[in-house]
Design a protein around this ligand. Structure first.
Ligand code: ZN
Length: 57
């Protein structure tokens, strides 16, 4: 399942294991992912949206 939510609601920790997300950013988007693969989110600043991949839990 893919959820879209506003950028203001983003999380900095994995909702599954509460580990700190690893962030990688470039000109197009900023990606944050759990180092253990539970959670991933992509923030597109130019579009003002964040796409969250939480089906991995
Ligand atoms: Zn995790």
């Amino acid at each position: 399942m893919v959820l879209r939510k506003v950028l203001a609601l983003f999380e900095d920790k994995c909702p599954v294991c509460d580990d700190r997300l690893q962030a990688v950013s470039n000109a197009a988007c900023c990606t944050k992912a759990c180092p253990q693969g539970h959670y991933k989110e992509e923030s597109y600043c130019t579009l003002g949206v964040t796409i969250v991949y939480d089906e991995l839990k």
